[in-house]
Design a protein around this ligand. Structure first.
Ligand code: PHE
Length: 467
């Protein structure tokens, strides 16, 4: 067997690298949107409860599997049970798909950092600025290739010398920037045409107050499912990434502490992102300004930055630098996971593997980046939305495959290799696995049921069944 030689230097290096993977656009553009849409404080409470139960179970499982088997998804699942190799292959395919489009998003973010660096704040606030950028056949491709190249360069430099080093530098800066921007956001105020004044503090209140108005059972269920799928995406679990990172953790590291710290980092940044984005949008556009995904980041926020006056250019620049850090450290983890699996399958060295993958993904990123121009298509997805190439890749990997993988892994761990297999790794150096009982119940009973429902819902099957 091909034993890993690379490893993180210790607990801190690992936690920052794993947090680097976890903190990404999901924290910055999806969490605040969901919190604003799903009842503010109500969503926050539900999300926190899920982090401590589901998040903990999923994260501890992936990391323990990685460290115990010392291999990436395919090898790890094969070691757990040779019959379940297919699950390893399925898990490996998630980053393979995500990698085709993540550098494209990274390219968009980089483009916007350049926009603010060169002071084009007013231009970026124009209605069709973003659309005309992504539909151009040249610029988005160049930015995607640049982002892919930088990611590849870091992964090429190895686990400690590349990934850990970059995460150690970027993650603390990211945290400081998010705090600073959130602090600034709270000091904002603006009087609209009707003479009504809105302040950042009003926006914060709107964000953290639980809204129970019109709360029906089906709406509650919707909030629950939104929070659950957000949690998945946010922690980078059930896609083999945390298995790969876990395989680089030294035996003396206390996994219990590491898991907690990663969860706190990821959730902390999500909460701060809400405090940074919701008050700013609220002050200048009221509650209607909150949109989802790319349109929040590339259409709504540029309008907010332009409305801030002179400070807007600097705040915009800081915001997009923060986003570059978040996106880059996530993109690295996706490429690393693919690289590690390929090194194990083909018994090749890191450098050669990364070079071959780079060629493949430079081409793939270019194709996806052209999905809004030359390769434009419209496909109706089973969940009702209409998507282009990027959305299709995202839909298959995140909405269909991830819940399905989590469902099968919980059956494998809960009923075949048994939870004690994970517990042994969590207690390796005589450490206490404090939430062991909770873990057992979650992995055997609760996860399979909830993941099945989540799979039905996010794949659109639930709507079909319900008619
Ligand atoms: N966890 C990242 C986020 O919250 C997303 C991500 C997905 C990262 C897939 C790596 C791989 O944005």
């Amino acid at each position: 067997m091909n034993k890993k030689k690379s490893s993180f230097s210790g607990q801190l290096g690992f936690v920052l690298a794993a947090a680097g993977s976890a903190v990404g656009v999901g924290n910055l553009w999806r969490f605040p949107y969901l919190a604003a849409k799903d009842g503010g404080g109500l969503f926050l409470v539900i999300y926190l409860a899920l982090v401590l139960t589901f998040g903990f179970t999923l994260l501890a499982s992936d990391i323990a599997i990685g460290r115990r088997t010392k291999e990436s998804a395919i090898g790890a699942y094969t070691q757990m049970s040779p019959k379940w190799k297919f699950l390893g292959v399925l898990t490996f395919l998630v980053p393979v798909l995500i990698m085709t489009y993540y550098a494209v998003i990274g390219g968009w973010v980089t483009k916007y950092a350049v926009v603010y660096l060169t002071g084009q704040t007013a231009a970026a606030a124009q209605d069709n600025y973003f659309t005309s950028f992504i539909t151009s056949p040249v610029s988005p491709v160049l930015f995607a290739l640049l982002f892919m190249g930088v990611t590849a360069f870091i992964v090429y430099n190895g686990v400690e010398g590349g990934i850990e080093r970059v995460s150690r530098c970027m993650m603390p800066i990211l945290l400081v920037l998010v705090v600073v921007i959130a602090g600034y956001s709270l000091t904002l105020h603006h009087v609209d045409e009707s003479g009504q004044m809105r302040t950042g503090m009003d926006g914060l209140l709107y964000y953290i107050t639980p809204h129970f108005e019109e709360l029906t059972f089906s709406r509650f269920l919707q909030i629950l499912l939104d929070a659950m799928s957000q949690l998945f995406f946010s922690l980078s679990v059930s896609m083999g990434i945390m298995i790969t990172y876990g395989s680089y953790v030294k035996p003396e590291v206390n996994l219990n502490k590491a898991v907690n710290q990663i969860e706190i980092f990821d959730t902390g940044v999500a909460l701060l992102a809400g405090a940074m984005i919701i008050p700013a949008v609220f002050v200048f556009s009221g509650t209607d300004g909150m949109s989802a995904g790319p349109s929040l980041m590339f259409i709504s926020l540029p309008k907010v930055f332009a409305a801030m006056g002179k400070a807007g250019t600097l705040v915009g620049l800081l915001f997009f630098v923060t986003t570059i850090f978040a996106t880059l450290t996530s993109c690295i983890s996706v490429l690393e996971s693919i690289t590690a699996n390929c090194m194990e399958i083909f018994h090749t060295g890191r450098k050669k593997t990364v070079l071959v993958l780079t060629v493949i993904y430079l081409a793939a990123s270019a194709v996806i980046a052209l999905g809004y121009s030359i390769f434009y298509i419209e496909v109706k997805l089973p969940n009702g939305s209409v998507g282009q190439l990027l959305d299709i890749m995202d839909y298959i990997s995140n909405s269909v495959m991830m819940p399905f993988i989590a469902l099968l892994s919980s059956i494998l761990i809960g009923w075949i290799v048994k939870p004690s297999w994970i517990a042994a790794e969590m207690e390796l150096n005589g450490e206490t696995f404090r939430r062991k009982k909770l873990y057992n119940v979650m992995i055997r009973y609760i996860m399979p049921v909830i993941m099945f429902i989540l799979f039905l819902q996010s794949s659109g099957l639930l709507n079909k069944i319900a008619g």
